[in-house]
Design a protein around this ligand. Structure first.
Ligand code: CO
Length: 377
């Protein structure tokens, strides 16, 4: 078979399993299974498991109705389909476990994904196997993006930026946060995002912007307030995740304007610090220092960022204590914020790609408050 991203990823997985002394990786549907197969399955009441041995072909236990997805797989695959009678499903798991000789083996699992349903079937089929949480095996594969993923993320950032540009002129004072968020979702889809968005956009006006994980409400958008928008798009299963904060006319609380300047400086400092070999925690330190020196340290209540790819949050996490060195091909967010309870919050989030000699911001939408000029009364 010719060399494809999928074959490459599977080869790297086999190497990683060898180094971790694991005999196989067992996966539920999710980003890692899609990463390794190019196929999309979803979690449902019927069990689905992908098994990737350190040696030999991968296997997939799945409902018969899902088998068309495996036709034309660009790699060698042993399918174990089952019918609709749940009393026969255990048999299929036993056949698969026997065929792959799983009993007594060391099986890596993705602890944040593997469900009790599938784990129970696997334990019954291979009673002497050991199930071992293997987050580092998965991180070592997925943290450094390949060319296909970087291209998809660039497109996801471009779509998110274009969608926001198309949404801003549609803002009317008095419309609700929810209405604006709906409009943004429409624009994301129109501009080419896959329907499975990374998350429903956050649109938070006035005091709601002081809540970092706000959910859009019926509150009307008002003049003189901050408006925080956190949104992203999906291309080939890869995400973008951006935040911009706007001021609707002249702010009635002038300190929030000062806060916005400090956050913009912190965002710039975080972006400028990123380079290969630097511990991830140093990016956090660079952004946090700016905010602490301005006297707002206690109002920056979260880490500076998180890895981004096929999960909305994935390694490398950008928090103070993280000594993991950055490497070319890693992608993560820089998103410092200052949140003044009851008054308002500002966050500015960009998506970074570590390069051979530094880092590139994939996003370039203006980061200033953009006071007023696009707001329609
Ligand atoms: Co984020």
């Amino acid at each position: 078979m010719e060399d494809t991203p999928i074959l490459n990823r599977q080869r790297r997985l086999r190497d990683a399993l060898g180094s971790a002394d694991l005999d196989a990786l067992v996966l539920n549907p999710g980003p890692t299974l899609t990463y390794l197969t190019g196929m999309h399955f979803h979690l449902m009441e019927r069990p689905i498991v992908g098994i990737f041995p350190a040696e030999g072909p991968a296997a997939l236990i799945l409902p018969e109705l899902e088998t068309p997805k495996t036709e034309g797989a660009p790699f060698e695959l042993l399918p174990f389909p089952y019918g609709e009678d749940p009393s026969r499903w255990g048999e299929t798991f036993r056949r698969a476990a026997q065929s792959l000789a799983l009993d007594g083996k060391r099986l890596g699992v993705e602890s944040v994904r593997l469900r009790y349903l599938e784990l129970t079937y696997l334990q019954e089929a291979a009673p002497h196997a050991r199930f071992i949480s293997a987050p580092e095996v998965i991180a070592s594969l997925r943290m450094v993006k390949d060319a296909a993923e970087i291209l998809a993320m660039r497109k996801a950032v471009a779509i998110a930026q274009d969608a926001l540009r198309a949404t801003l002129p549609l803002i009317r004072l008095g419309m609700s946060e929810k209405e604006l968020a709906s409009e943004l979702v429409l624009q994301l889809l129109r501009h080419g995002s896959e329907p499975q968005l990374p998350f429903f956009p956050i649109v938070a006006g006035g005091p709601n912007s002081a809540n970092p994980h706000a959910v859009p409400t019926e509150r009307p958008i008002r003049a003189g307030e901050l408006l925080l928008i956190d949104w992203g798009a999906t291309v080939e299963g890869c995400y973008s995740d951006l935040t911009r904060t706007f001021a609707l006319g002249e702010l009635s609380d002038p300190e929030l304007g000062r806060v916005a300047e400090v956050v913009a400086q912190a965002n710039a400092a975080g972006r400028a610090a990123a380079r290969p070999g630097l511990p991830a925690g140093e990016v956090d330190a660079a952004a946090r220092r700016v905010i602490a020196e301005a006297g707002y340290g206690q109002y920056f209540t979260h880490r500076t960022g998180h890895g981004l790819g096929r999960d909305g949050h994935e390694p490398p996490y950008i928090y103070a204590e993280n000594t993991r060195p950055l490497a070319p091909g890693m992608t993560f967010t820089v998103e410092p914020g200052i949140y003044l309870p009851g008054r308002g919050g500002v966050r500015i989030e960009d998506d970074m790609l570590v390069t051979v000699n530094g880092a590139e911001s994939l996003s370039d939408l203006p980061r200033e408050l953009g006071i007023g000029d696009w707001v329609n009364g």
